[in-house]
Structure formats: C-alpha cells, structure tokens
Design a protein around this ligand. Structure first.
Ligand code: NAD
Length: 348
C-alpha cells in the first residue's frame, strides 16, 4: 500500500513509519518538524527507497495538495498534532491551529483528492484519524471508556482533539469520506519526547534531579506500548469499517506514582545512583495540574473482537525495554532537551 503519514517524525508516527516500511509499504511522511519532531527517529528508514519525507505544515493546503498529487496514497494516517497537555495550558493557540485548522485542511484536501480517484482506488481509500481517550474526560474509580462514551474534554489539548474528531466524523456523514477514528490510551516506548511522564522521569533520574509527581500521584492511565498501538493502527486502516471508531487500550491501568516507582526500581538495577541511594528517594510531589483527569481506562473489546487485535507487551517488561532504550540512546534525547522539554512543569 501507499500510505501518507502526517506527524511521522513524532513519537507514534515514527514508530508507524518504521513498521510500515519494514513491512513493504511505500510511505510518505509529511511533517512540519516542530519542537516535537525529529528525523533521527527515522534513521532506520531514511535511505530506504520506499520512504520519502516532505517537510510541510498540515495547515498549508497547497503543500498538502501537492504531496497528495505527487504521492497518490491509498491511505492517509493523520497523526500530526500538538500533543502535550501542559503546553496546551500555557499556549492553547497552537493546539487550535494544528489540531483543528490542520485537521480541517487535511480533510478538505483529502476529499478533493479522493474525488479524483478511479473507481477501484476511490473504494479502497481511507482517511484514518488518530485520536486520544482524553476526549472522553475523566473516569471515577470504576468503569471504562468505549466507542459510545459521550465526549467531555477538559484541557485545551483534549478539547482540540475532540473538535478534530467531530470534524472527521462530519466529513464522513456530510461528504461520504471513508474515515476511521481511533481513540487510544497513553502510549510509552522508545523515541518519546522527554517532556512526557515516562521519558521525563528517566532523563531526570539519570541527571540525579528530583522526580516531580503531580498531586499525590493517584491519577490512573491505561498504558499501551507504542508498537502495540502501531499494530492496532494497521489493523484498523486495513480492515476497519469506514465511519467506525475504535477504542484502543493496553489493559494496563497504573497509578502515576506506581509507574514512577517502577521506573526507579528498574533504574536501581540498571543505572544505580552514584550516591548509592534509591532513585525513589528523589520523588517529590508538586502542585497538581489544573483539570487533571483522575482516571482513563479503555474497554477495547470492539477492536479485539472485530479486528482480532490484542496488545502483546506486558507493562513491566515494556517499561524495562523503554528504560534500556533511553539508557542506550542518549544521543537521541540529549539534543531534544535543548528544545525546552525541561522548561515544562512536568507530568503528562
Ligand atoms: P508527538 O508530539 O510526539 O509528534 C507530533 C508530530 O507532529 C511531530 O513530529 C511534529 O513535528 C508534527 N506536527 C506538529 N504540528 C504539525 C503541523 N502543524 N504540521 C505538520 N506536522 C506537525 O505526538 P505523538 O505522541 O506521536 O502523538 C501522535 C498522535 O497520536 C497525536 O495526534 C496524538 O493526539 C495522538 N495520541 C497520542 C497518544 C500518546 O500517548 N502519545 C495517545 C493517544 C493519541
């Protein structure tokens, strides 16, 4: 297949591009290379003839049109977004621009392109929008998000993603564009920008700094290893029903404080502190993020039942693989710290 990936220089997008190229697909990565994007994550495919890169902003209709005309994809997987909740609190404008105006631009250009395709290509085309479970708001101690959970976003980030989901859905109902939407829980794994909780804690621990945890660390997230997410995305755009949404989760609910303690225990084994103290001694509780959702958890039975997808990675082994990756790849993350990762308050 020919797949145009937006945001392919980011965390999930780069894992998707590496997977697709390794599995024989032709990939065009369209990415503006904001602070969050780095081509270093794509080094394994950079010289592959099945991979090409277009530096463009998804809000630039002309550039998107040119990329579509030139590459002629069978599928668009749309991941480009502003993705960090803390940044959305400090500067929501960029989130409205990229997540709403950018998604609108992608839809408008995809629709024009789709209408020019011959009957076979027209029938096979898919526009796959990658979204988050944060659009559903916050759960109490019980229950799960499903595909029919009402939207209740709380942060500028989740509100902008919720709006983008509605636009994608509207393009299906109003114009017949064959769209798919996935709402996924928190991802972790290699190549995640070190402002998100897991990599931030790792790089802070390696620097011997305090490990700031919001509130009491009671917030629960349903963690999904990025490569499991990538396999889910491929199943959805290959076999999902146009117009449908799929909730994707790792089935690994953990409190933030337990994730950070788990990281500390792994680091105590793999990279003990010079002063001989446990890494967990550096944990410090800081004032909670405003509107911090208490708990997210996904009921992933639709994608499991209809498309036969299940997550493979066990959280604790995935976490150790992630720690090892950051230990082995300082040359990847060190330059990114200069881009302001460490200015942020803390913890997604
Ligand atoms: P990321 O921040 O790591 O990467 C975003 C990428 O998009 C970067 O390469 C950046 O350069 C690019 N980009 C940003 N604005 C752009 C623009 N205007 N034009 C073109 N490119 C632009 O994000 P991520 O964590 O990989 O998330 C990817 C997608 O998955 C997002 O849509 C996000 O909402 C969604 N998602 C993420 C998670 C998670 O845990 N990370 C969970 C669920 C859903």
């Amino acid at each position: 297949m020919r797949i145009l990936v937006t945001g392919g220089a980011g965390f999930i997008g780069s894992a998707l591009v590496r997977h697709l190229v390794a599995h024989g697909h032709e990939v065009c990565n369209l990415d503006a290379l904001t602070y969050a994007g780095t081509l270093t994550s794509l080094a394994p495919v950079a010289d592959n003839p099945r991979y090409r890169f277009v530096r463009a902003n998804i809000c630039d209709g002309e550039a998107v049109r040119a990329a579509l005309q030139d590459f002629r994809p069978d599928v668009i997987t749309h991941l480009a977004a502003e993705s960090h909740v803390d940044r959305s609190l400090d500067g929501p404008g960029a989130f409205i621009q990229t997540n709403l105006v950018g998604t609108y631009t992608m839809l408008a250009e995809a629709l024009d392109y789709w209408r020019t395709l011959d009957a076979r290509a027209h029938a096979a085309f898919r526009f796959h929008h990658i979204s988050t479970d944060e659009v559903f708001g916050s759960l109490g101690p019980e229950g799960y998000f499903t595909e029919t959970t009402p939207y209740d976003p709380r942060s500028p980030y989740s509100a902008s993603k919720a709006g983008s989901d509605h636009l994608v859905s509207a393009w299906h109902h109003s114009y017949g564009l064959p769209v798919l939407i996935t709402n996924c829980s928190n991802n972790y794994g290699p190549c995640q920008f070190p402002e998100k909780m897991i990599p931030l804690m790792i790089v802070k621990a390696l620097a011997g700094e305090l490990l700031p945890v919001y509130g009491g660390g009671e917030n629960v997230r349903d963690w999904l290893y990025v490569e499991d997410h990538v396999r889910a995305l491929v199943r959805v755009f290959e076999a999902g029903v146009p117009g449908r949404r799929y909730a994707v989760g790792g089935g690994a609910q953990r409190r933030n404080i337990d994730v950070v303690r788990g990281l500390c225990a792994i680091l105590d084994r793999l990279h003990p502190r010079a002063d001989g103290r446990d890494h967990a001694r550096a944990i410090t509780f800081v004032e909670d993020r405003p509107g911090h959702d208490l708990r997210y958890a996904i009921d992933a039975r639709r994608i499991q039942g209809e498309l036969g997808w299940t997550p493979r990675e066990v959280f604790e082994t995935g976490l150790e693989k992630t720690v090892r990756w950051y230990l082995d790849n300082e040359a990847w993350w060190r330059p990114l710290l200069e881009r302001g990762a460490d200015r942020r308050r803390g913890l997604a």
